[in-house]
Design a protein around this ligand. Structure first.
Ligand code: HEC
Length: 147
């Protein structure tokens, strides 16, 4: 019952929100008691994210493995970044990200910075992450420069 109540409240709130613009454009039509002008019932939707499932998976992996150095928003300011002699890459920097191909990003994640003559302080993750994990991380870190 409690859950039904919450669903109803959610639905009622959503219908209120969506009825405002609809109502203003319909204001010329005469009110009717036939029910034809009643709001149509639509099932409440699950909260949606604008991330694809792959990006969402990448976000989860990123927050577990990568934020300590690269920072929660990809600013290169994770809690461990100050211990490093090479600053971690800033994924939030669109100009920098444009210089990296997907293949390069995958290679660096799997084999570490030294695979591309970068700092070995970017460690290899190939024994920890599956190919799908790596693909998800690539998809996710590319979203960080688009916000
Ligand atoms: C211990 C700190 C640390 C962690 C943890 C870490 N990185 Fe890095 N990463 C670095 C550093 C430092 C660099 C910069 C290397 C350079 O520019 O020489 C870097 C660079 C990169 C680059 C850019 C490589 C390039 O070609 O310039 C990518 C992509 C990357 N990291 C992805 C990740 C991902 C994904 C994770 C999580 C799975 C991760 N890193 C975890 C330290 C870290």
């Amino acid at each position: 019952m409690a859950r039904l109540g919450i669903m109803f409240t959610l639905f009622a709130t959503l219908s209120l929100v969506f009825s405002i613009p609809a109502g203003s454009s319909d204001s010329s039509s005469a009110p009717s008691d036939t029910g034809a002008n009643q709001p149509r019932f639509e099932l409440p939707q699950k909260p949606t994210s604008n991330m694809t499932p792959l990006e969402q998976r990448g976000a989860n992996l990123y927050s577990y493995y990568c934020t300590v150095c690269h920072g929660t928003k990809g600013e290169g300011d994770g809690i461990n970044s100050f211990q490093l002699t090479t600053p971690p890459a800033k994924f939030a920097d669109a100009a920098f990200m444009a210089t990296l191909s997907d293949a390069d990003i995958q290679k660096v994640i799997r084999q570490g910075g030294s695979a591309l003559d970068k700092s070995p302080q970017m460690q290899p993750w190939g024994r920890v992450l599956t190919d799908q994990d790596v693909a998800a991380l690539v998809a996710y870190i590319k979203t960080l420069s688009k916000n």
